[in-house]
Design a protein around this ligand. Sequence first.
Ligand SMILES: *Cc1c(COP(=O)(O)O)cnc(C)c1O
Length: 401
Amino acid sequence: MLTQSLCARWQVAGPAEAGSRELTALAEAHGTPLFATRAAMLDERLAQLRAMLPAGMRVLYSVKANARPEVLARLGLLVDGFDVASSAELELARAAAAPGSVLAMTGPGKRDDDLAAALAADAVVVLESLDEGARLARAAGERRPRVLLRINPPFELAAESRMSGGPRKFGVDSEQAGAALAGIGELPLDFLGFHIYPGSNCLNAQAIANGMHATLSLAAELAAQAPAPVRVLNLGGGFGIPCLPGEASLALDRLGESLGRLASEASRRLPEATLCVELGRFLVGEAGVYLSRVVERKVSRGRVYLILDGGLNHHWQATGALEGRRHLHYPIWVVGGAGRPMESVTVCGPLCAPHDTWAEHLNLPRAEPGDLVAVFQSGAYTTAISPGDFMLRPPPAQLLV
Ligand SMILES: *Cc1c(COP(=O)(O)O)cnc(C)c1O
């Protein structure tokens, strides 16, 4: 179902489809493997998101999801700011940001050179501890840097990647927030508000909304101890995209309704606060496709193997290399393959490693060497999190189209 709907979106369902012709031409011009991100899909995604979010809610893009400069340049026209995790990401975001947009640096273990880069760029620093605030204040000299305090709340988001609740390296535990806020009040820092990020890649609108409502309540409680009125509340995000069989898109209409109620509650409880969300994969993930070519079709003891020229070295997250996922697979299709007989295949990458496998027992149109295979939902967390040095195969081309 997911693969079918993505084939329709990318228009690769049949041999004469426009998308198949376009992807084939890209592969011929740039070689394979390659990542292509469709600019129009970034535009559409932002339009869809803006239509759902309450008026005035800001959207920050988390650069770590995809830091390609051409992608950042496009997003710079669409978002209200960038969330970065290092000084190198900050430089890229700065180059892409529209005038007046926000730059914010988040992440545990910011070094002094990261803080110095944030100061030089006049970025908001999301403090992960009071000690970090003290280091920032020492580096700031006469300046009064703008800061948010990241809180580790008592709750978590039931998501693929949980980043709050229990002991965490992220932020300041909510029980210790009072002491941290008092400490910030004694430092030459401009306290703007709170940042609470419970987790990533959640497809359950109700869970996300519940987390954000709990975040607002917590921030409203902590506001009483804050050294200044709360002017910014970063609600996190965690909006997921469907990548595996059986997953469905986030119910944006439901989320939108709930966030509408949240915004009116926030206007009563934190009247000076601008609300923001901070999103990575949701903004870029669906706009990207990974294309690789079949190098070999071989039969081993009755099983058909398609061996592609790209694998986990480029796109670790989409292969079965992740623990417990070998039987699940990303949406994969043979470009231009509609109408051919289907066969059950194991799709592999080229590495001498058994876990370099895209899918097992997958029904695909019959493919031969030279055919192009598309892996959809491939715009986020691709090369950035993949072991590209493993076996030293060439890096993929990366294009905005
Ligand atoms: C990773 C991260 C994000 C983005 O996560 P996505 O799942 O890509 O939306 C946003 N904020 C923080 C603090 C993060 O660590």
